[in-house]
Ligand binder design. Structure first.
Ligand code: RP5
Length: 165
């Protein structure tokens, strides 16, 4: 079974990550969800990340706000792919979180999604795992077809709405 971990820096981040958890579940990805902080509980983060590959994890997602070093610290302790999710913070609308997550030194990348982009982090996780798991590849293709069908419906509906104005 595909195995991932989703870390968040604070319980206050969880509300913005429910969609992420739902998408991961929809692809059958067994996800360990943890609250741990690069600053408040650095040893917990370091120990998990250092042992993640040996413990069967394949991708790690990490969400944090403000001085959002969580994904970067995890990436420094593992060679697994790390997906960073900048959480929208109260003072700079998440620009602080985005820059803290994405501006990594050469050699230690964090694949960073948009501010509040938890759902896309889960889709990216599924895409990475699809290399190994054909069932995830199948579900991704199905999801793309469903999205295209939705857009085709919207296309027709908006054209009709415009015609009647
Ligand atoms: C970050 O600080 C967390 O990821 C959170 O987004 C932010 C604020 O945390 P709390 O003060 O709400 O616990 O480390």
């Amino acid at each position: 079974m595909p195995k991932a971990a989703l870390f968040m820096g604070s319980k206050s981040d969880f509300a913005s990550l429910e969609g992420c958890v739902r998408v991961l579940k929809s692809f059958g990805i067994d996800t360990t969800v943890r609250v741990a902080s690069a600053h408040r509980t650095p040893q917990v983060v370091a120990e998990f990340a250092a042992g993640a590959r040996a413990n069967g994890y394949e991708v790690i997602l990490a969400a944090a706000g403000k001085a959002a070093h969580l994904a970067g610290v995890i990436a420094g302790h593992t060679t697994l792919p790390v997906i960073g999710i900048p959480v929208k913070s109260s003072f700079m609308d998440g620009l602080d979180s985005l820059l803290s997550t994405v501006q990594m030194p050469t050699g230690i990348p964090v694949a960073t999604v948009a501010v509040g982009g938890g759902d896309n982090a889960a889709y990216l996780c599924a895409q990475i795992l699809s290399i190994k798991y054909p069932e995830i590849a199948r579900k991704l293709a199905e999801h793309r077809e469903q999205m295209a069908a939705g857009i085709a419906r919207d296309d027709a509906a908006v054209a009709e709405q415009a015609r009647t104005l």
